[in-house]
Design a protein around this ligand. Structure first.
Ligand code: ZN
Length: 369
């Protein structure tokens, strides 16, 4: 009976929801020219799902990888056609048929942020809140259609309200990079105020979030970035020292630390920087990996790991607690996500070129409605 009532409620909503929406549909892999806007039917939410009218979606390298059809170990299989877009803010316009909708679930019209991580919900790691450890783990925008569209369907349990003083554009910068950065710096890296933290690629979406969090934690932060302008911005965000990614930064880091090395390195560049990052660690230091945007087969000597009591740790995305803790910090103004530029949906190709060329500092956001 309840099921039927709620289903009817959604059916009634249909009069306010158009039949068609604009979306960036990937029908084949390739360069930015494959990004085309089409009019397609608005998706219908299934059981325990919610329909969101998208306000803003932040881009990630994931969107570029989805377009290019990246293949490799650990890269999920994608089926075409596909709509990417992982980081989504918008407002609730309808619920699908459901029996389990909680009374505290955001009402229609509420502005919400989506946690893009989806687990099976019943396995041991899901029950522990560790969605990204679930063998059935999915990411909205990667395994399911995402937010580069006017409407998106998400599990009702994955949305949280956005406070009035936070813009949808700012909220959209948080889920992927800030949750991953919180996981890497706080949960896995266990940063302490006395730590020296080295951040490789500190100007990117993830790097600038790691910098923001490490500075907020009171650590001494050394940032490596590729241009004078980006390094200046890192200093403004609270980095104590900055070095050029095109130079011999690893030697400079060692000089700067009196050849002691640092406590924690965050490297998401991958193969080209892995060995240098590892050798900037002091005895017993931690190297945290959250990506491999420039390649995933580094040349290393494993002696450089074990002889130095070093730890190499993975931090892909985060758990529910990481997501809730970091959003809370952003809502409180203790963290300041950096928006490099805001593009319209029609400018998606230019926006992806900008992220691919790495000229940006922080996030690139697509304003959708
Ligand atoms: Zn699970």
């Amino acid at each position: 009976m309840v099921n039927e009532l709620l289903f009817n409620e959604f059916e009634l909503d249909q009069k306010d929801i158009p039949e068609k929406m604009r979306a960036v549909i990937l029908r084949k892999h390739g360069g930015p020219e494959v990004l085309k806007i089409e009019e397609i039917p608005v998706p219908k939410p299934g059981p325990d799902e919610v329909l969101i009218k998208v306000a803003a979606t932040a881009l990630n390298h994931l969107d570029v990888f989805a377009r290019e059809g990246l293949k490799g170990p650990g890269v999920p299989k994608m089926t075409l056609p596909h709509i990417s877009g992982v980081d989504i803010a918008g407002h609730v316009v309808g619920y699908g048929p459901t029996l389990t909708l909680q009374p505290e679930a955001p009402k229609k019209g509420t502005r919400v942020l989506i946690n893009p991580g989806i687990g099976c919900g019943t396995c041991r790691t899901c029950r522990n809140g560790e969605l990204s450890m679930c063998s059935d783990y999915q990411i909205l925008g990667e395994h399911r259609w995402g937010g580069l569209a006017e409407y998106v369907v998400a599990p009702a349990k994955n949305i949280i309200p956005i406070p009035d003083h936070i813009s949808s554009e700012t909220a959209a910068t948080v889920p992927a990079v800030y949750t991953t950065a919180w996981r890497g710096v706080v949960t896995v890296g266990q940063v302490r105020p006395s730590d020296r933290v080295l951040i490789i690629g500190a100007s990117g979406g993830l790097g600038s979030a790691q910098l923001d969090i490490a500075v907020a934690a009171g650590a001494t932060v050394i940032a490596v970035a590729g241009s004078e302008e980006k390094r200046k911005k890192c200093l403004e965000m609270g980095a104590t020292a900055v070095f050029d990614s095109h130079g011999n930064w690893h030697e400079k880091v060692m000089e700067w630390t009196n050849h002691e090395g640092v406590d924690l390195v965050l490297d998401s560049v991958g193969a080209p920087t892995f060995r240098k990052s590892l050798n900037c660690l002091k005895m017993g230091g931690k190297l945290v990996l959250s990506g491999a945007t420039a390649g995933d087969f580094p040349e290393i000597s494993i002696r450089e790991i074990y002889q130095w009591h070093r730890q190499v740790l993975g931090a892909p995305l985060g758990n529910w607690e990481d997501f809730l803790q970091v959003t809370d910090y952003v809502w409180q103004g203790k963290l300041k996500p950096q928006i490099h530029a805001i593009y319209r949906l029609e400018e998606i190709a230019q926006a992806q070129i900008a992220i691919d060329e790495r000229r940006h500092f922080g996030k690139i956001v697509i304003k959708i409605s």
